[in-house]
Design a protein. Structure first.
Length: 226
């Protein structure tokens, strides 16, 4: 594997990890708030949050171009030029990974027994303590599934990232972009190893999630029998 391909692979991992962290924190926070909250327009807000899941990646990328540009509404959040840097790749990956994290976290929080949360409040626990000692541990399996799926989605992100970060070798070129442009140039010597590595890595992540979930259920069943 060439140094350029290795750099693209390492950049993909770094982008995916940071994007997963951003999507996880925001996804869990939004899921927690919207699970218990009831207000007019909630369904509309949830539809907006889930849009990146169904929109073409190029549409998501174009929207980010408008929002992150120098004259965009988010320009004050990111001073200086953030487009066509690896940070814009992180933002694009986080945006497309967010719906997967949000959906899994929301389903996990909805499965939490509200009576256990009420019992903790009755014993004097504040909302923060209830969240970290009751809600989060009970919802953790679903949140873990969301983490893994969000990471896998961020690792494979291509369209939106290409729109906002471009394909600059050594700077913004992630593994999916390196694969695409290598195939376009007929450079299968670069494309094939990257494809194999990404495929095996993604398979290992999903396989581990299934193994972890199955073993957790088995351990829980043994504890109930005991």
């Amino acid at each position: 594997m060439s140094d350029e391909a290795l750099t693209a692979l390492l950049l993909s991992l770094r982008v995916a990890l940071l994007a997963t962290a951003v999507a996880s924190v925001s996804g869990v926070a939004c899921a927690r708030l919207l699970t218990r909250a009831h207000f007019p327009g909630k369904d509309t807000l949830e539809a907006v949050l889930l849009l990146p899941l169904v929109l073409p990646p190029t549409v998501v990328g174009f929207g980010l171009l408008l929002f992150l540009g120098r004259n965009g509404p988010l320009a004050w959040v990111f001073p200086g030029q953030i487009l066509f840097t690896w940070w814009s790749a992180v933002i694009a990956s986080a945006v497309v990974a967010f719906p997967l994290m949000y959906q899994n976290a929301k389903a996990a929080f909805e499965s939490v027994d509200i009576n256990q949360e009420r019992a903790a409040r009755t014993l004097g626990a504040g909302e923060v303590r209830v969240f970290f000692t009751v809600s989060l541990p009970l919802a953790w399996p679903g949140i873990m599934a969301g983490l893994v799926l969000a990471f896998a989605r961020a690792l494979g992100e291509f369209g939106a990232t290409l729109m906002v970060a471009g394909n600059i070798p050594g700077k913004t070129q992630t593994a999916p972009m390196a694969i695409y442009f290598a195939v376009e140039a007929g450079d299968y010597g670069t494309a094939v190893p990257l494809v194999v590595i990404v495929l095996l890595f993604s398979f290992a992540v999903i396989f581990w999630l299934n193994w972890w979930s199955r073993n957790r259920v088995a351990r829980h069943a043994l504890r109930r029998r005991g």
